[in-house]
Design a protein around this ligand. Structure first.
Ligand code: UDP
Length: 245
């Protein structure tokens, strides 16, 4: 068992990317259904005021840091440090690589009309042998109808890209009645897989500046990103308080 730390009450697993991929493969062999989330500072802040999101994160089988801010926070706070950022997009790409030559099946749920389908086509092309058994856009009215569709095709892995906190709450609510072994919240990953949105250049990713790239390429995210400095400020305050105790 790996260590688990708490950052503002949100559990985060102390794992590297390789260890996280191995965990996913282990979950695929088990009998139960597992939820996997990849919070960034924004989501951790949102969870402070959203009980359903906090509960979903606490009940998940694996929670990895999709933000350099979360890794930094573990270095400021006492206790084990997170070894590296485990971005949701990369985690899923690594899972595709490992699962392509197996019988595991995938379902893509989320994004605007046509995006999940395009993402599925492109991923099946890139990872020869990858089995995607269905896709569905994320702007539906009747959740029950969607659940029924997924139940009919029985995928092993359900990728849910409805954005936070919708995807975490959706997975937490339905994972036990779904036939899937693994449900992963993937945010805007289908947009990238479909080629609609570009990922930050590797240099930005390596320098821990992917958030900055997203901000300059999508300035409308400023309102959401304002939570990043507030998150860091909270971490510094918690750390100072713990040191005084
Ligand atoms: N989305 C969706 N249904 C909704 C709201 C959002 O499918 O009701 C999709 C949206 O099209 C986008 C993703 O959820 O593909 C959210 O992307 P964003 O970049 O905001 O997520 P992040 O990666 O930052 O969590």
């Amino acid at each position: 068992m790996n260590d688990r730390i708490n950052i503002m009450d949100v559990p985060i697993d102390v794992v590297t990317m390789d260890e996280a991929v191995l965990k996913l493969l282990e979950f695929l062999k088990s009998e139960q259904s597992h939820a996997v989330f990849t919070p960034n500072p924004e989501i951790i802040m949102e969870a402070q005021n959203n009980k359903d999101l906090m509960q979903a994160l606490k009940r998940a089988s694996l929670v990895v840091p999709d933000g350099i801010g979360v890794v930094l926070a573990s270095k400021i706070l006492e206790g084990p440090r997170l070894p590296e950022r485990v971005a949701g997009y990369d985690l899923v790409q690594n899972l595709f690589k490992s699962a392509a030559q197996t019988d595991y099946t995938f379902y893509f749920l989320g994004g605007q009309e046509g995006v999940a389908q395009k993402a599925a086509e492109r991923m099946a092309e890139q990872y020869k042998g990858l089995k995607i058994v269905g896709s569905q856009h994320g702007y539906f009215k009747d959740e029950k109808e969607i659940i029924k569709k997924i139940q009919d095709v029985k995928p092993d892995v359900l990728l849910v890209g409805l954005g936070a906190p919708k995807q975490e709450i959706f997975i937490d609510k339905y994972k036990d009645i779904l036939p899937c072994k693994l449900c992963i919240g993937v945010g805007g990953s289908f947009d990238v897989m479909a080629g609609k949105v570009k990922r930050a250049p590797v240099i930005f990713q390596k320098l821990g500046l992917e958030w900055f790239y997203r901000l300059i390429s999508q300035p409308s995210r400023i309102k959401r990103m304002i939570r990043l400095p507030i998150f860091m400020w909270n971490i510094v305050r918690i750390s100072a308080y713990n040191k005084k105790k």
